[in-house]
Design a protein around this ligand. Structure first.
Ligand SMILES: Cc1cc2nc3c(=O)[nH]c(=O)nc-3n(C[C@H](O)[C@H](O)[C@H](O)COP(=O)(O)O)c2cc1C
Ligand code: SF4
Length: 562
């Protein structure tokens, strides 16, 4: 069936809603990579086996990740008329109990995390029901209470492998509105007024980049989604694609129409097989409904998306290296200008945006720029998804309004250090970022304030360090990573990082001198100022920030005789 009219879309919506609320118990198993890593698929298979063999009237689905990765495998149990209950750390041996209790309208009390009585999917609202009085509401769990879900609004609640469920909660209605009732320039204007800034790290205004691409001369253009996500500790984009792939496709569809582009590409690392699998399935389903392909929504507009896989080179996330890699060339950055918007993929004007940037677009169109810009801080509107990892108690996927303090993320949401240890610092921005000490945790997380303390937003990895972490070793880890990922094209990055690593190895081995520390600082500044691309320009940040905030740890490693 091709969706062409509002009636078509509404009929799929009703069908999708019936799948989410089927009028019989529905069990959803968290099967994003985090859930699968701790037995999510084995649990799904076991429940499926019992349901099939015993012919139970239960709907079993795979869901994405609801964010609390520490508690995976998370299972949702929805009984008609009752609140949806989230269960934590459910394993194969719990399968029979979960099923038999669900059939009796109950849940295993020893696995309960919280309940959801109703849910704002932003593009639609779902009322589950009441009951389970002794179970805390979702908002009462500190990990969830301090978050605001915009990008992750559907994650863990809908089946990412079924387009009907995305449409069921209002998905693709924003693209229908954009394509059938908005002028392309009005869409760009809406995105500009929303204040959306690129979520890939640099924070460039998305609407402005769209406008530049649209105005670039030439008929043939591309839009590209950057799903390379190579930063150690970052897995936001992977989760977004695994949990809600249609949100990304819909964002790209709206962007393509606004810019008058007919070809889209998703550049994704080959190390993300599940995300690729779910994206391929989502593309196929969208094509079947006519949401990609020719004459979308009967408007005469044609657009399709292809997937290009990278091979896990961090530098290929850099815009010009990414374009070269898509063209089948070695992924090596080149001088800019020309920027991608003038000369991008196959030499054509190209708009490149991060996964999460695209994912913001459907809600901006659905709810409007004023709604969107009321979230977050001035100049830093909307939310940001972070992967909160390292030595923190509550490891998981966290979404907060921009401008939220690091303190709130690490203590209110993360519950401080793992195993009761004292948190010492947090690393933001991956290999391009820096380490911020606890005393600066009042810093609001936004593009400018993170820069002021010597680090950067990056794409959203937050790696927590505790009292046992040696900060020089952390600096060494990141320089080792950056040096290994350097493409070798320019001397400061290729040779400079290698020498920085040698010095750091010496210091960590207790063989360094005070002169080494001075040389390390000098080299860092030179590499920063003279490298050709962002990799080299930002790679020294972990060294510079650990020197700025934890110099005593360097000094402690220098022997008194040195
Ligand atoms: C070494 C390096 C790696 C990068 N890796 C990524 C990445 O994995 N994902 C991403 O979106 N942006 C990455 N970027 C930033 C991109 O070059 C680009 O700014 C971004 O994709 C633009 O999208 P946005 O405006 O939506 O943020 C990287 C930049 C550098 C220098
Ligand atoms: S800075 Fe590093 S990664 Fe970038 S072009 Fe130079 S050598 Fe290659």
């Amino acid at each position: 069936m091709r969706i062409q009219t509002p009636e078509d879309l509404d009929s799929v919506r009703k069908n999708g809603l019936k799948k989410i609320q089927p009028g019989r118990p529905r069990i959803g198993i968290g099967t994003s990579s985090c859930g699968i890593a701790v037995g999510g698929i084995a649990l799904y298979d076991r429940i499926n086996e019992i349901v099939q063999n015993e012919n139970h009237d239960i709907s079993l689905v795979k869901t994405g990740c609801i964010g609390f990765c520490k508690e995976e495998p998370i299972v949702s149990v929805s009984i008609p008329g009752k609140a949806l209950v989230l269960l934590r750390k459910v394993h194969q041996e719990d399968a029979e109990k979960v099923i038999s209790l669900a059939l009796q309208g109950d849940v295993p009390s020893d696995r309960v995390l919280c309940k959801i009585s109703d849910w704002d999917h932003i593009t639609g609202n779902l009322v589950y029901g009441n009951g389970f009085d002794s179970i805390p509401e979702y908002e009462e769990i500190p990990f969830f209470a301090h978050q605001k879900k915009v990008i992750l609004r559907d994650s863990g609640l809908i089946n990412p492998e079924d387009i009907d469920e995305y449409i069921g909660i209002g998905g693709y209605f924003a693209s229908f509105k954009a394509l059938t009732s908005m002028e392309p320039d009005a869409i760009i204007d809406e995105v500009k007024r929303s204040g959306l800034r690129g979520r890939g790290g640099a924070g460039f205004p998305a609407g402005l980049k769209w406008e530049i691409t649209k105005k670039a001369p030439g008929e043939e253009k591309y839009i590209v989604c950057n799903a390379d996500e190579g930063d150690p500790g970052a897995y936001m984009n992977r989760n977004e694609m695994e949990s809600d792939p249609h949100m990304l496709l819909e964002g790209m569809l709206i962007g393509a129409f606004a810019m008058g582009v007919h070809e889209g590409l998703i550049y994704i690392r080959a190390e993300y097989p599940l995300a690729i699998e779910r994206l391929m399935l989502a593309l196929e389903q969208a094509r079947l409904y006519g949401l990609l392909g020719k004459n979308i929504f009967n408007t005469g507009f044609d657009f399709d998306i292809r997937i290009a896989t990278g091979a896990g080179a961090f530098v290929c996330g850099e815009s010009t290296a990414l374009a070269a890699s898509i063209e089948g060339k070695t992924g090596r950055p080149r001088l800019r200008p020309p920027r991608l918007t003038e000369k991008g993929v196959f030499g054509k004007p190209t708009d490149l945006n991060n996964v999460e940037t695209w994912c913001n677009v459907p809600v901006i169109i659905a709810k409007g720029a004023s709604w969107y810009s009321s979230i977050g801080a001035k100049g830093n509107t909307g939310t940001k998804v972070f992967s909160l990892v390292g030595k923190v108690d509550n490891v998981g996927m966290v979404e907060v309004p921009l401008g939220t303090s690091l303190h709130s993320i690490i203590y209110d949401i993360g519950n401080g250090g793992a195993l009761g240890r004292e948190v010492k610092a947090v690393q933001t921005g991956g290999p391009s970022g820096g380490c911020i000490p606890v005393r600066l945790f009042d810093t609001p997380v936004d593009f400018e304030n993170l820069n002021k303390v010597g680090t950067m937003m990056g794409s959203g990895g937050l790696v927590v360090m505790d009292e046992d972490t040696n900060m020089v070793d952390i600096a060494r880890y990141f320089i080792n990573f950056a040096s290994g990922e350097s493409c070798g094209k320019c001397v400061p990055c290729r040779e400079g990082l290698k020498h920085m690593l040698l010095i750091l190895n010496r210091i960590v081995a207790g063989k360094g001198t005070h002169e080494d520390i001075n040389l390390l600082k000098e080299l860092s500044e030179t590499v920063q100022k003279t490298s050709l691309c962002g990799l080299g320009q930002t790679a020294p940040n972990p060294v510079l920030t650990t020197m700025q905030y934890f110099l005593e740890e360097y000094d402690d490693l220098i022997s008194p005789e040195a």
